[in-house]
Design a protein. Sequence first.
Length: 323
Amino acid sequence: MNIVRRARERYGPYIRWKRNLIREIKAGSTIIETARGPVEYAVNGLDGPYVSVMHGGPGGYDQTGALFGDLLGTGFRVLSWSRPGYIRTPLDAGRTYEEQAEVFHALLDALDVRQTAILAYSAGGPIGIHCAARHPDRVWALIMECAVSGPYEIDENNIGEHILFRHLMFNDPSMWLAGVIANHAPGLVGMATIGMESTLDEDEVMHLLRNIMKDEYRVRILMDLFRSMSPARFRTRGLINDLKQLARVDGLPFDRVGAPTLVIHGTDDHDVPVEHAVAAARSIPGAELYLVKNGFHILALADSADEVAAKRISFLKGHAPIH
């Protein structure tokens, strides 16, 4: 009994964190049976055209709320889902990005959703392209945000990125400890995040960090984003698969995308270089390229976040079908 008591005292906070996080994640979503197997999803909004988010990696349906909460309450129904390998959508549903596009199509069928816009973020970029190219009648608009559009591999020279994707992401106790630090010193996490995800110089990083720390909404985004990467057992299979698939991205069917397309990217994105956006915008017929000066991989934290959000909403409302 003494051993049990000591274990609870020592590991209790970690155990409670993990238990509560799992309970919260499961409570926020629904699993539906599709032609491609079970798929986890969530819908926010009771009426209006659908906007569906292809999350990045690591991620899951909950990444939508962390990064794109500004879509809520704007007249759209926001459909979030967990791509295969993330949270409660089995990896066997679809490993390649072509297969994942078909899984999403099956989800639309199961939900009886006739059309949707797609917001493809980061590693979700290739799925967004495949969805729009394979099922043009189902996609009324496409937004590519900080999205991969060609071969991608982790920058092994980026120490923070290497630690996160090679080690930290696969270790729940480490993520819990990092979360504890984040709760007490969000500035440290903010500085590490900006440093890892941007090419801004030291002075620019500190200027942006000071602005974030003065903005409660952006601090909350930072914390929610960090939370949306845990626990590891809900994200690991999807992340490992993403890293394999991203390295193989080539020859995406840009020319078959017929939906109105907006390509948004930060000029100082270190994770997915801006060249991905330039190539996509050049290759997708009629695409609009919107570059965010000093923007990095998490535009919701950029000083121009409000302008980016307004651009998204304006584009979507300008192309939304009559509902």
